[in-house]
Design a protein around this ligand. Structure first.
Ligand code: PRP
Length: 178
């Protein structure tokens, strides 16, 4: 693993809280009147975001489920191969909100969408905390995006570099040392 240096903070803990609140407001207004919802957290990067988002949602019966998806492995570039595990829980006939930390090439959510639609949910929505549209390869558009960001390598608030730095409460731009 190459060493890295933190170049700058992109989002402070407080700013992240504001972004998550705004997303929750939009989702709450779209789901107004819904009795139940399955929130599907895409592991591992979306764990912190999911935990904060669900605590701001107003739907009375929320189930939290998890799915493993990985496109990077331990490398710092996308392998182009997406591995998607089996979703936990039965989503047939349920309103589903998929929660992802970052949308980059779009391959992960594109594969996941196909897989989930085959499971016949009542509705399927996608929420990404960060979106890098300049990196898109697969045709994918999320229903909710917290912030559109430039193509920089970020860590923290769930996002990793070689499995490290997910625990940081802020999001930072890093530079890999040569
Ligand atoms: C990252 C991120 C998304 C995916 C986005 O996951 O969390 O799931 O890549 O990239 P894409 O739009 O190019 O498919 P990663 O494979 O690093 O797994 P992790 O969440 O466990 O870190």
């Amino acid at each position: 693993m190459r060493g890295m240096t933190i170049k700058k903070i992109m989002f402070t803990e407080e700013e992240l809280g504001g972004i998550v609140s705004e997303l929750a407001d939009k989702i709450n207004s779209d789901l107004c009147g819904a009795e139940s919802l399955t929130v599907l957290c895409v592991l591992k990067g979306a764990v912190m975001f999911t935990a904060d988002l669900v605590r701001r949602l107003n739907v009375p019966d929320i189930r939290i489920e998890f799915i493993r998806a990985s496109s990077y492995g331990k490398s710092d570039v996308s392998s182009g191969e997406v591995s998607v595990g089996d979703a936990t829980g039965d989503i047939r006939g349920r309103d589903v909100l998929v929660v992802e930390d970052i949308i980059d090439t779009g391959r992960t959510l594109n594969s996941l969408k196909e897989r989930l639609l085959n499971m016949r949910p009542k509705s399927l929505r996608f929420c990404g905390l960060f979106d890098k549209p300049s990196r898109r390869i697969a045709d994918f558009k999320a229903d909710y995006v917290g912030a559109v960001i430039p193509d920089e390598f970020i860590v923290g608030y769930g996002l990793d570099y070689a499995e490290c730095y997910r625990h940081l409460p802020y999001v930072a731009v890093i530079e890999l040392n040569s």
